[in-house]
Design a protein around this ligand. Structure first.
Ligand SMILES: [Zn+2]
Length: 96
């Protein structure tokens, strides 16, 4: 990632956190590595079967790459972590 891209990502992250704080939304930074290519239940690598479509060759599950990533990030977040009761909404921000 170039220095300019890194700077823009940092600015976007800062703005997102600021907007979330204004609305009472808690922000949690999550490591997104491998999230869009790993099957949530089987933990197997998925293969791309079309434009941004992923399929698990073990169980046959197929979904959009972004949906697979969301399921995995949600699972990572759920492991041993619960939001404080005073934050009704949570924004997940993948941090590279
Ligand atoms: Zn599977």
């Amino acid at each position: 990632m170039s220095q300019l891209s890194s700077l823009l990502c940092s600015a976007l992250l800062l703005l997102s956190k600021w907007q979330a704080a204004k609305r009472g939304v808690m922000v949690v930074e999550v490591d997104p590595s491998g999230a869009s290519t790993t099957r949530t239940k089987c933990c197997r690598k998925m293969e791309e079967v079309g434009h941004r479509r992923m399929k698990c060759t073990t169980c046959g599950f197929e979904a959009w790459r972004d949906v697979v990533a969301l399921l995995n990030i949600e699972k990572r977040l759920a492991r041993g972590w619960a939001p404080p009761a005073f934050f009704p909404l949570i924004a997940l921000i993948p941090v590279v």
